[in-house]
Design a protein around this ligand. Sequence first.
Ligand code: AMP
Ligand code: ZN
Length: 501
Amino acid sequence: MTAPFRLYNTMTRRVEDFAPADGKTVRLYTCGPTVYSRAHIGNFRTFLFEDLLRRALRLAGWQVEQVMNLTDVDDKIIARAHSAGAGTTIAAITAPATAQFFADRDYLGIEAAERYPRATEFIPQMIALVERLVARGLAYRADDGTVYFAIAKFPTYGRLSRLDMRSIRPGARVAQDDYSKESAQDFAIWKAAKPEDEAAGAAWDSPWGRGRPGWHLECSAMAMALLGETMDLHCGAIDLIFPHHEDEIAQSEGATGATFSRHWCHGEFLLTDGAKMAKRVGNVLTVLDLQQAGVSGAAFRHLIFTTHYRQVLNLTDDALAASSAAVAYIGEFAERLELPETVGATPALAAVAEEMATRVRDALMDDLDAPRALAAVFEFVRAGNAEMDRRGRDPAALARARSGVAFIRDALGVVPPPRPGGLVGLDGTAISEPRGQSGGIDGMDPALAAYVADRLRTRMQARGARDFAAADAIRDELLKRGIAIADSGAGTRWKVVTKVG
Ligand code: AMP
Ligand code: ZN
C-alpha cells in the first residue's frame, strides 16, 4: 500500500491525512494576485508552493481542479488608477498586469490553474452573497451605504487564526481591506462608491446603492461559484490567515451553514536581508530581475524548493548561485542521457532511477518535503553519472533513467531545457542535437548553428593539415562566444554554455 498524502492543516495546527471528499478530484482554491503592478518573487514563492502542491496531488493519484482568482478591483488598484490621471479605469491598470502575471508564471514553469476568475466578472454572485448575509442577520448596512459583516453574530469567528474573541469591540468597524488582528472589527463586505471609484469604473448598482465588493467577499463568492459550498483545500501565504481567510470563512459559512474548506494550508514568506519581501518595504525583486541576472525558472524553483514551505526562506545571491549550479548539474546529466555514443547504461542505472522516484514521491507525500525530494534527485544524478561512466550497454536501463528525468521534470520542474547544440560529423555534415525524449531544441538560432558548423569545418581542415595552433585558436574563439566543443569518435559536438548575444 502506498503512503497516504499528509499535509499540514492550519485549522488544527497539525499535519494530517488529506484526500478529496469524492476520492477523485481535489477542489483547490488558491488566492491569486492583485493585478495592479508586477508581482514580486515573494508572491511567486507562494504560487510555487501551490504549484508543487498540485503536482504532488496528481502524484498521489488525484485530479486537480484549481481555481486562482485575479483580484482586479480593490483599494490598491483604484488608488493606482487615480494616480495615473483622470479617466484611467481599473481595466487599464489590470489588463497589462494580468498579462505580465501569466508571462512570469510561464517563465517560472508554474502550471496553469484550471480557472482564473476575475472579480469584476462575478459582481452578481457577490451581491447575492451580501444579500444572503443581510437576510440572515449577519450583515448590516451603515448610513453611508457600506455593508458590514457583524462578527459578533458569527460565534466561530476567529477559529482559523485563534483570535481571542474577548478583544472584540462590538459595533466597531473597519472599512479598508487589510487590518491587523488587534483591530478585529466588523468588516466591509460591500463598500459604498466614492467619486474615485466611479471615475475609475469601479462601481456597480446594488440594493444598497452604488458600490463595490470588499476583497474578502470577492474570494468567498468566486470560490463558492466555481467549487461549490464546500471545497477540499484552500491555500495562500501566512499573511492571509488573518483577516482574509478568517473573513472568507465567516462570509461563506455564515451564508451557507456548510464547512467552507475541509483543509487549510499556508506557505511562509520569502525574505530578503531578514525582512519580508513587500512593496511597502521597497525590497522587491521581480522575474525581470531574475531574467536579467541569468537565473532560469528551473534555478529559481530549485531555490524555493530547498526550503520547506512552512519555513521562512531568506534570499541571498549565494543561494541563487548554488541553485543555478545545481540545476546545471541536473541538466547536464539529462543531456548526457540523450547522447547516443557517449552514454553507457548498466542495470544499476535503472535501479537508482527507481529508487529516486520512490524517494521523491514519499517526500512529497509527507507534507511536501521538497528539500528531501531534491536530495533524492541529487543522489540520482551523482549515482547515475557514475553508472554511465561504467559504459554498460543496457537500453532498457537507459530508457528507465530517461523516464526518471521526465519524472523529475513533472514532479518538481527543476530540469532546465536542453541547451542548444549540435554535432558536426567527421564528414563535415552538421546535425542538430539533442533530440531524444527531451523533444528538440529551445531557442536555437539557425544563423548561430551555421556559423559554428562553418568554424568547426575549418578547424577539421586545420587539424587534417596538422596545424594545431590554428585549430586551438578556433576553439578559443568559439569559447569566447559561449560555445564549448568536444571531439568524439562521431565528430565534434558543440553546446551553448553561456548566453550568447
Ligand atoms: P497580493 O498580490 O499582494 O494579493 O499577494 C499575492 C500572494 O502573495 C498572497 O498570497 C500573499 O500573501 C503572498 N505574498 C506576499 N508577500 C509575500 C512574501 N514576501 N513571501 C511569500 N508570499 C508573499
Ligand atoms: Zn482570497
